[in-house]
Design a protein. Sequence first.
Length: 328
Amino acid sequence: MNESERKTYRATARAHANVAVAKYWGKRDTNLNLPLFDSVAFNIEGLVTETTATWNDDDIHDALIINAWQVPPHAMGRIQRILDDIRTRKGWTKRCVLQSHNNFPLATGLASSASGCAAAAMAAAAAAELQLDQNTLSSIARLGSGSAARSIPAGWTRWHAGSLSDGSDAFATSIAPPNHWPLHVFVIQVSDAPKNVSSTECMLRCQKSPYWEAFLQQAKKAADIAQNAILQRDFPALTAAIHQNTMCLHALTMTCTPPVCYFAPKTIEILQRILRLCQAVPVCCTLDAGANVVILCEDTACPFIKNDIIALGLPFIQSRIGSGASVT
Ligand code: PMV
């Protein structure tokens, strides 16, 4: 047995979930998860996935263990692509065991796939002793879940759609660090049930909605509008951008065939409340492909908003704009 075979290739990385203010919705390449347009998001410090990757010569399959539960090999899904990519870069036949812990529920619209794939990409690359720059790591994370590209860089991020067919220019970069605009983030868990239609499936259906072209026109402008609001710390502009983008996305999902409605009754209650409040206090909200609501607010509104959220009687996390993925 040579030295490389005896050696333990292991590393641990952590990544945060991210939530978009200008959302990714539609792929120019389904295989490589290449988006049709740019998106802009922020990481959430309190929603974390920590993953340990170990490469070995003994197993015949890669393995994924999430919160102590082993995922069957056929259900590893797109995380397999991340490991295949790293294996190809190394010229290895080794297999990888990924042991992952989330501090929040999976597949409920809380972007667990984003933090999960970003942590997996960073841990597996570090364990394989690959020296990769942040853009390359973001592209590798993207192979697992598109939005995971945005969980690699820190703070406020932009995922560039790129134009190359191999996807090498479709990675996310940081547009501002977490302390650039230290807003408060509340994540309200309206439901802990997995969503009934995956983002990928719903994106495909949406392209046949009668409103697809109108959505596309708006969505292509959304990243620039959101980025400007963030760079200028312009809360009213951010509020207008995030609400329009969120509503356009959900209007679209409701008009595909068969229709998809990610809202739960409590989602609508919270939405209506925030849409009323945002006219008087600096608060806004969004939701991804799921029922849970993410609220952003400025310092002045925080105590009042928190009391309001407590009164809902639902589990919630209070957090801040988060850091990027890192090896621990
Ligand atoms: O990365 P995916 O395939 O889970 O898609 C994410 C889609 C949204 O969360 C709804 C939007 C976004 O930009 O994160």
